[in-house]
Design a binder for this molecule. Structure first.
Ligand code: PDD
Length: 279
């Protein structure tokens, strides 16, 4: 497979990354995942905007812009003959001359762009619904940014897989009470029988899928409440939805031992979101 790496299209298995790249040594970088649908990149502007915002926050040089990124993505999608799949972007603070936590003043940031087939997701899950497994959220306080230091997310998702689940439902604890944050690589929203309830963006990723789905829900006339969602109220929810760029809107039918139905609200939002990304 061909990828774009620091200004050139190269084979994905060719040696390119410098040994002391801060992405390697410190997880000092950011990433994005964008859906590829029939050769188009839905919401690419939102994704690149999120990346730019975080690069400013962390003061990582970002030398690409939306037009450039989209042109490279189109080229990669045609070279690799991938009409539908996922586009991955990563920037890091470049390579150090000696490994040191302190940033060097002059550096060339690393930039990687990959168009790949969609990762392995069992297509039946969009019909039968996914199972989630609860897991403590052990991440840092910068989870509103899409940073590449994903070890707690990787552990959470692998734990869920080892228990037969599709994703983890992560939770944090406040005054002894557990509240829902997000998944290893997904967001969650709930239908409580009247309203759509979404965990408030408080040290969780402002998911682009979630913002699109919530705006669809509002336009359908649903009331949307963003607030802290406690784990012990989840069992009273009528419907649970998993959201992400790659999972789109996926029904959730089980969280640990709690069962949920794949109801009409989830069906409506799934259909409307499919229309939105394929239009
Ligand atoms: N993950 N929360 C986390 C922790 C995520 O990593 C993701 C996306 C989401 C959903 O965000 P969005 O709707 O913007 O894709 C929520 C991508 C798909 C990944 O890491 O592969």
């Amino acid at each position: 497979m061909k990828v774009f790496f620091n200004g050139r299209i190269v084979n994905s298995d060719s040696p390119t990354i410098k040994a002391l790249d801060r992405g390697m040594t410190f997880g000092d970088g950011l990433y994005e995942v964008i859906k590829v649908v029939n050769g188009k990149f839905p919401f690419i502007k939102d994704h690149v905007g999120r990346l730019e915002k975080s690069s400013k926050f962390f003061k990582i040089k970002f030398e690409y812009n939306l037009d450039k990124i989209e042109a490279i993505a189109q080229e990669l999608s045609s070279i690799n003959k991938i009409e539908s799949g996922e586009l991955f972007l990563e920037i890091t603070r470049g390579a150090d001359t000696i490994r040191d936590h302190i940033f060097e003043k002059e550096y060339a940031p690393t930039f990687l762009e990959v168009v790949q087939p969609l990762r392995r997701i069992d297509a039946n899950l969009w019909q039968t619904g996914a199972k989630l497994v609860t897991y403590p959220d052990m991440r840092h306080g910068l989870c509103e940014h899409k940073t590449i230091d994903l070890l707690p997310n990787v552990l959470a998702k692998n734990y869920a897989h080892s228990k037969g689940g599709y994703e983890a439902l992560m939770f944090r604890t406040k005054n002894g009470e557990k509240y829902v944050t997000e998944g290893g690589s997904s967001s969650y929203i709930f239908f409580d029988g009247e309203k759509i309830v979404a965990p408030k963006i408080d040290n969780i990723l402002p998911s682009i899928t979630r913002s699109k789905v919530l705006s669809i829900a509002r336009s359908m006339g649903f009331e949307v409440i963003e607030r802290r969602v406690w784990l012990d109220e989840v069992q009273r929810m009528k419907e649970v939805m998993l959201l992400s760029t790659v999972s789109k809107v996926m029904p959730v039918v089980k969280i640990d031992d709690m069962n949920f139905s794949f109801g009409s609200v989830t069906k409506k939002l799934m259909t409307a979101f499919e229309e939105m990304i394929s239009s």
